[in-house]
Design a protein around this ligand. Sequence first.
Ligand code: PLP
Length: 239
Amino acid sequence: MRTPEPVLWLYFFYYFYLMQIAENIRQLKQSIPPNVRIVAVSKTVPESSIMEAYHIGHRLFGENRVQDLIKKQANLPADIEWHMIGHLQSNKVKYLAPFISLIHSVDNADLLSVINREAMKSKRIIPCLLELRIAKEATKYGLTLQNATEILSSPEFRLMENVRITGLMGMATFTDDTAVVRSEFHYLATCFKQIKADFFGNDPSFCELSMGMSGDFRTALEEGATLLRIGTLIFGSRT
Ligand SMILES: *Cc1c(COP(=O)(O)O)cnc(C)c1O
């Protein structure tokens, strides 16, 4: 009997890899409460892998680079809900405005006013999260609670009719120390409650707490996350 060509083995491995993506999503969904949504973080992941998640019914994907996001959005099915999760430069907002479902990473007032302007041009209201800096690490983007409060109480913000702030986002310190991660997520949840009470009263649209990634999503769930941003646990390691 002839041994299969090496390229055939490659196909086998690729096939099992694709099946694994679907299985990973199924298992994740079984282990979280029904009101929590998973943003499948597909940065650096090929479109074929995204489609594997799509075929079992997953529709929510997150990217952190505008260039990749617009390319994938153009090539893949129109009913995919795309979230921008990475740092966003004002000059690139115009590429996302026509279709983006949620921007997780609003970290300054100028960015928010550009999003409002571009949303107006696209005749849309774009849902946004304010990104708070909760990690001790100095390198992360994000607002302080006071910055966020200033934005929400500013007269400029009151005039913005094409953005809707639907919650907060934060990234915990990259560490195995669960106590540190928990205290950072807990702080974000506290900020959420305070901002809701101060600015949104009974407005049900302020409802999202985007926190938790592959390594810390269980802790995030316990602290009240409604959106988990998960890449590695679904698509495998990116290295
Ligand atoms: C990459 C990324 C994630 C997902 O990270 P994993 O550890 O692979 O789950 C979540 N949020 C942001 C902002 C990211 O850039």
